[in-house]
Write a protein that binds this ligand. Structure first.
Ligand SMILES: *[C@@H]1O[C@H](CO)[C@@H](O)[C@H](O)[C@H]1NC(C)=O
Ligand SMILES: *[C@@H]1O[C@H](CO)[C@@H](O)[C@H](O)[C@H]1NC(C)=O
Ligand SMILES: *[C@@H]1O[C@H](CO)[C@@H](O)[C@H](O)[C@H]1NC(C)=O
Ligand SMILES: *[C@@H]1O[C@H](CO)[C@@H](O)[C@H](O)[C@H]1NC(C)=O
Ligand SMILES: *[C@@H]1O[C@H](CO)[C@@H](O)[C@H](O)[C@H]1NC(C)=O
Ligand SMILES: *[C@@H]1O[C@H](CO)[C@@H](O)[C@H](O)[C@H]1NC(C)=O
Ligand SMILES: *[C@@H]1O[C@H](CO)[C@@H](O)[C@H](O)[C@H]1NC(C)=O
Ligand SMILES: *[C@@H]1O[C@H](CO)[C@@H](O)[C@H](O)[C@H]1NC(C)=O
Ligand SMILES: *[C@@H]1O[C@H](CO)[C@@H](O)[C@H](O)[C@H]1NC(C)=O
Length: 630
């Protein structure tokens, strides 16, 4: 009973506390990728994100394309399809791609001296710096203490860098060149480009245009209105200069790239393969890509600036140690405060996340995408062992999804319990009634878990709710608690049954009867009538019809994932099964309870016996019905 009180309490709280904020998540997810939307949405519910966009390419196709939240702190408008975002160092990956493209065209060579292309650089001990040194943060010029306005003047920064003295002998150590990387690598591109373009122009023409992406280094003024302002946490350093429009217009290639997740993910998809059914050709060949993402950092070398081990390839950050679940060969770049773009060639995957609420002090992987990436990896890494489970159809489907959907967890647990009940209960019925082999004492089924079915129908009701806030309330965690709770409840509940009954001889036949009159009454009035039948029928009918109302009335197809829709449909089917099979059984129970004190003749008793046997088997209907799914 407490279970029900608790559920009612929970539901009331859910209904009261829901509905006060709607989340404006927009975009699409491919079949099987719906869980990413739920995790993305959670970042807004938990207020880690204010406005953000997220995109994933798999096997060359855009499988996740989401954005949500607000353009700015005042929530003046939605963070939508048109919104652009400054992504700080995530831009460094784009610069690395531009340099790789120059290498591919024979304009640059990673192992050549910088002075071959840029003679003025050969001053003050930098004479022997190679292109690779610049790209992998080994050039020895990690620091720059110029006033911010100097960063907006390319020629000024270049002449300063030409005259700088390296902090270490170039090539002998590495340390993150947070800002200088951009000018150094960018100047190389500018110097070798036959058309004398700036780095920003080169990127626009040679990368953004062919891939049809938006990724600006040097934003055209007319796009300024689309840039979502960065929101810095009150206690953290605020880099307000990066919200100014003249900063956006300048080219600071290490830090002021402006893009969105869809573009960033397509850039990385376009580095590892053809995109969208060969609609966009890859921009780097397999061979050049291999060279561009090969580590140029001796293993375990400590980063001079960050004082941790970091691994750099030709401008790309190697992320194998950051995302071990994705396997080897993960390359890309993070940006200050939470943005990231990367690709995993072996998995044919690219991922991008861009944000306007910055957490500038998290050194570890950003929490916004940490678990998301593990779940994506899990989905992609499915191996042969899981194929076996997959072959059983629904179970395989559920196994992959139960982590994200409470209803499916019940669905996953239920077949096992049903099977148990059927195996033990039904076989003893058949043996007992059909063959007079009485196994009642040893094999009474205790797992009559129709309650789980109740929970599942409540869950389906909640997950089909038109309000996203209400849908958020049912989580897999609560589902796990309830499942565990129900199993424990039944186990404890059925223990007295085994102690309070005995085998006695009546008219030369052995019969199993209750030795405790109070417990016998409790079982007939409460266990059989209420817990087995009435309560499940009532709860399931109410929530089943409410769920049906939700799905037909609100056209929830728009907001529910395909998987959740399927769960809801299956829940509705079970509702029908329970009503079909349990309502007559309930009627039978009521009949026997109301006629216990009547004196019945032998003929009537024989009739009743027949009816009892029939319903004892008929009552297993719902279990059979749900087994159909397995
Ligand atoms: C990546 O996916 C594309 C599109 O399905 C395919 O053509 C390509 O061969 C895949 N690459 C790898 C390395 O699997
Ligand atoms: C978002 O923009 C892309 C590219 O411009 C377009 O293909 C897509 O249809 C847009 N989506 C929405 C929901 O506006
Ligand atoms: C550069 O390399 C040359 C030849 O190896 C060497 O003679 C010269 O001293 C080096 N210059 C610097 C600044 O290390
Ligand atoms: C940039 O710096 C150079 C060199 O100091 C200077 O000549 C030029 O006027 C500056 N340009 C701008 C736009 O301030
Ligand atoms: C690029 O600059 C070089 C030297 O400044 C010049 O000789 C060449 O004509 C320029 N090319 C273009 C396409 O403007
Ligand atoms: C932020 O600053 C306020 C007051 O300046 C302080 O009370 C609070 O603990 C700080 N929060 C963190 C996370 O440092
Ligand atoms: C740039 O910002 C300044 C001050 O915020 C504003 O006065 C100016 O009109 C803006 N320019 C453009 C092109 O948006
Ligand atoms: C670098 O890290 C080590 C251990 O992590 C620490 O002992 C050392 O003081 C740090 N050095 C600097 C310069 O922060
Ligand atoms: C396993 O099932 C999922 C759907 O749940 C499907 O997407 C996937 O391709 C299946 N895997 C195999 C190896 O059949």
């Amino acid at each position: 009973m407490y279970t029900y009180i608790w559920i009612c309490f929970f539901l009331v709280i859910t209904c009261i506390s829901g509905n006060n904020h709607e989340l404006n998540i927009d975009g699409t997810t491919a079949n099987g990728w719906e869980f990413v939307r739920e995790l993305f949405q959670k970042n807004f519910v938990d207020e880690r994100d204010l406005g953000a966009s997220l995109a994933v390419y798999h096997q060359g196709n855009l499988v996740v394309d989401l954005r949500g939240g607000w353009f700015d702190k005042l929530k003046s408008k939605s963070y939508d399809n048109n919104t652009l975002q400054l992504v700080f160092s995530t831009t460094k990956g784009l610069v690395a791609a531009a340099v790789a493209l120059c290498v591919q065209r024979g304009l640059l060579d990673y192992s050549e001296l910088v002075t071959n292309y840029w003679p003025e650089y050969g001053q003050n001990g930098k004479e022997n710096t190679t292109v690779a040194d610049i790209l992998s943060h080994r050039a020895g010029l990690p620091f720059d203490f110029s006033p911010f306005d100097d960063y907006l003047n390319w020629t000024l920064m270049i002449s300063k860098l030409e005259q700088s003295q390296p902090v270490w002998k170039p090539g002998t150590a590495h340390g993150y060149h947070a800002l200088t990387y951009g000018w150094l690598a960018g100047e190389l591109v500018r110097r070798v480009d036959p058309k004398n373009r700036t780095l920003g122009e080169f990127i626009r023409d040679e990368i953004a245009k062919p891939l049809q992406i938006e990724f600006y280094v040097g934003l055209p003024s007319e796009q300024e209105y689309r840039v979502s302002p960065l929101d810095f946490k009150p206690n953290q350093t605020s880099y307000d200069d990066f919200n100014k429009n003249n900063t956006h217009r300048a080219e600071i290639p290490a830090a002021n790239g402006i893009t969105n997740a869809r573009s960033l993910a397509r850039l990385y998809a376009g580095l590892i393969g053809n995109v969208e059914n060969n609609h966009y050709q890859r921009i780097l060949t397999e061979d050049i890509l291999k060279r561009a993402i090969k580590s140029n950092t001796p293993s375990h070398e400590i980063d001079f600036v960050l004082n941790v081990t970091t691994t750099f390839a030709m401008g790309f950050f190697l992320l194998d140690n950051v995302f071990p679940s994705l396997g080897a060969g993960v390359f890309g770049h993070q940006g200050l405060g939470g943005s990231i773009g990367f690709a995993v060639p072996a998995k044919n995957l690219s991922f991008a996340y861009v944000v306007n609420r910055l957490d500038t002090e998290t050194i570890d992987i950003d929490h916004r995408y940490k678990s998301m990436i593990n779940d994506i990896a899990q989905m992609i890494n499915r191996n042969h062992a899981t194929n076996l489970i997959n072959m059983t159809g629904l179970c395989g489907n559920l196994r992959q999804n139960y982590k994200h959907d409470g209803t499916s967890l019940y669905m996953l647990v239920q077949p096992f319990l049903n099977f148990n009940t059927l195996l033990i209960g039904l076989s003893s019925q058949i043996l007992g009634t059909g063959f007079q082999i009485d196994l009642t004492l040893t094999s009474r089924a205790w797992l009559h878990i129709r309650i789980l079915l109740c929970l599942q129908s409540i869950d389906a009701f909640i997950s089909s709710s038109p309000s996203a806030a209400v849908r958020q309330k049912i989580t897999v965690r609560t589902a796990r608690y309830f499942t565990f709770g129900v199993i424990c409840f039944w186990f404890l509940h059925e223990i007295p049954y085994y102690f309070l009954q005995d085998l006695v001889m009546i008219e030369n036949t052995s019969m199993c009867i209750m030795t405790n009159a109070i417990y016998a009454k409790y079982r007939s009035y409460f266990t059989y009538l209420d817990i087995y039948t009435l309560i499940p029928v009532i709860v399931i009918s109410i929530f089943g019809s409410l769920t049906y109302y939700h799905t037909t009335r609100f056209g929830t197809g728009r907001t529910l994932s395909a998987f959740t829709r399927q769960m809801v449909k299956m829940g509705l089917f079970q509702t029908i099964a329970v009503i079909l099979f349990n309502v007559p059984y309930t009627g039978e129970q009521i009949y026997f309870l109301t006629t216990t004190n009547l004196v019945k003749d032998a003929y009537r008793r024989a009739q009743e016996q027949l009816v009892t046997s029939f319903f004892a088997v008929y009552g297993y209907g719902p279990y059979m019905a749900s087994l159909i799914f397995v």
